[in-house]
Design a protein around this ligand. Structure first.
Ligand code: NAD
Length: 352
C-alpha cells in the first residue's frame, strides 16, 4: 500500500554528461548574469581559471578562499569582493566547501549560483547552508542558497584523488540510506535513493582500480546527483547527527567520518527499518546491508575506524554525551547503551 505523502520538487536545472562544462557560458547567459565571480578552494585554482576562460568577458573575478565548514572570515572577504566588483552571479566549482561559500554569499545577497560539483557530497542539490563562527557551525535552510543551475561533467572529476572519491561517494550513499528511512520519505525519493546507492556502489570499486575510467566517473556523478536530491528533500536521522557531532566537536574529516559511521548506523537501524534495509541490500547487491557497506568501504581502501581518522579514545564519552543531548527522530530509539556500543565498535572498526 502507498501511504499518503508530500513531495516537493526542486526547480534546479541540471546539465549532465561528459563535456557538459562547455554549456557554462550559455547557461550564464540564460540566467541573465553578466558579472560572474568564480569560487573555488585554494587547491582548485587551475579549474577555477578554466571556468573563467569558459565564461570570457562574463567573468569579473575569481576567489580561491573556500575552505571546509565555511569560516565566517572567508564569507566576509568574499562579500567585500562581490560588492567591489558589482558581481551579479556566482559560479562555484569544486566540492561542498566551494559550494558552501557560494551559498553563504547568496544567503546575504540573493545572487544566483551555478554549481559545478567535482566531488560527490551533494551540497549543490540542497537549500542547506552552514557558516562557522567562533568554532561553532550554524546551519539552516533558505531557498535563495539553492543553486539555480548545476553542471555535472565527469571529465572534471577525473583528477579527484582516489581516496577522496571513495569517501565522498560513501558520504553520498549516506544521504540515500537515511532518505530511505526518513520520517517524511516518499516513494519518489526512495526510487532516487536506491538508484543512487546502486550507481555509486557500481562505480566506486571501478574508480578504485581505474581512477580515470570515465564511465565509472559518470555513474558516480549520476549517483551523487540522485543522493544529493534525497538530502535536499527529506529529513536525515542518527547518522547525519552523529557525523555532525563528531566532525564539529572533535574536528574529524567530513567524508571520512561518514564512511566510518555509516555501517554501524545501518546495523543500529536494521530491525527498525526492514523495508529500507532490503532496498539498501538490493542496491549494494549483498545479503546484509551493514556488512555490505563496511565491505564496500574497506575493500576500496577507505579507513573503517574512528581511531584511524584521528579520534581519541578519551573523547568517546564526550561524543556519547553530546550525541544524547538533543534527542532527534530515528527509526530505532536512541538510547545510551546501544549508542555507546556503536561508538566503541566504530572506534576500533570491527565489522558490524
Ligand atoms: P571539499 O569540497 O572540502 O573537497 C575535498 C577536497 O577535494 C578539497 O581539498 C578540494 O580542493 C579537493 N577537490 C575537489 N574537487 C577536486 C578535483 N576535481 N580534483 C582534485 N581535487 C579536488 O569536500 P566535500 O566533501 O565535497 O565537502 C565537504 C563540505 O561540504 C563540508 O563542510 C560539509 O559540511 C559540506 N556539505 C554540505 C552539504 C549541504 O547540503 N549544505 C552537503 C554535503 C556536504
Amino acid at each position: 500500500m502507498i501511504a499518503p505523502f508530500i513531495y516537493s520538487a526542486t526547480t534546479v536545472r541540471v546539465i549532465f554528461g561528459v563535456d557538459s562544462f562547455a554549456a557554462l557560458a550559455e547557461e550564464a547567459k540564460l540566467l541573465g548574469i553578466k558579472r560572474v565571480l568564480v569560487i573555488s578552494t585554494p587547491g582548485q585554482t587551475r579549474l577555477a581559471h578554466q571556468v573563467a576562460t569558459q565564461l570570457g568577458t562574463r567573468c569579473v573575478g575569481t576567489c580561491h578562499q573556500a575552505r571546509m565548514h565555511v569560516p565566517i572570515d572567508a564569507v566576509q572577504q568574499t562579500l567585500d569582493q562581490v560588492s567591489q566588483l558589482t558581481v551579479d552571479g556566482i559560479v562555484a566549482i569544486g566540492g561542498g566547501s566551494s559550494i558552501g561559500l557560494a551559498k553563504a554569499v547568496a544567503l546575504e545577497t540573493e545572487l544566483p549560483i551555478i554549481a559545478i560539483p567535482t566531488t560527490y557530497s551533494g551540497s549543490e542539490m540542497t537549500p542547506i547552508y552552514g557558516i562557522t563562527e567562533h568554532g561553532v557551525k550554524k546551519t539552516g535552510k533558505a531557498s535563495q542558497v539553492q543553486p539555480k543551475v548545476v553542471i555535472y561533467d565527469p571529465n572534471l572529476t577525473i583528477n579527484l584523488p582516489c581516496d577522496v572519491s571513495i569517501t565522498s561517494g560513501i558520504n553520498a550513499i549516506a544521504h540515500a540510506v537515511e532518505g530511505l528511512y526518513a520520517k517524511d520519505t516518499n516513494p519518489v525519493v526512495s526510487l532516487m535513493a536506491e538508484e543512487g546507492i546502486r550507481a555509486l556502489a557500481t562505480g566506486l570499486p571501478i574508480i578504485y582500480r581505474h581512477p580515470d575510467d570515465i564511465e565509472a566517473r559518470t555513474q558516480c556523478l549520476y549517483g551523487a546527483w540522485l543522493c544529493g536530491i534525497v538530502l535536499g528533500s527529506v529529513g536525515m536521522a542518527l547518522h547525519h547527527k552523529l557525523c555532525h557531532t563528531l566532525g564539529g566537536s572533535f574536528n574529524l574529516p567530513h567524508a571520512e567520518t561518514h564512511t566510518v559511521i555509516l555501517p554501524y548506523v545501518i546495523a543500529y537501524n536494521r530491525e527498525a527499518a526492514p523495508d529500507s534495509m532490503q532496498r539498501i541490500a538490493r542496491a549494494l547487491g549483498v545479503q546484509d546491508p551493514a556488512r555490505g557497506m563496511y565491505d564496500l568501504a574497506k575493500s576500496n581502501g577507505a579507513k573503517v575506524s574512528l581511531r584511524e581518522i584521528g579520534m581519541k579514545e578519551a573523547d568517546l564519552d564526550a561524543a556519547l554525551h553530546i550525541a544524547l543531548q538533543n534527542p532527534y527522530w530515528n527509526p530505532q530509539v536512541i538510547e545510551k547503551k546501544p549508542l555507546e556500543a556503536l561508538l566503541n565498535a566504530a572506534y576500533v572498526g570491527e565489522a558490524p
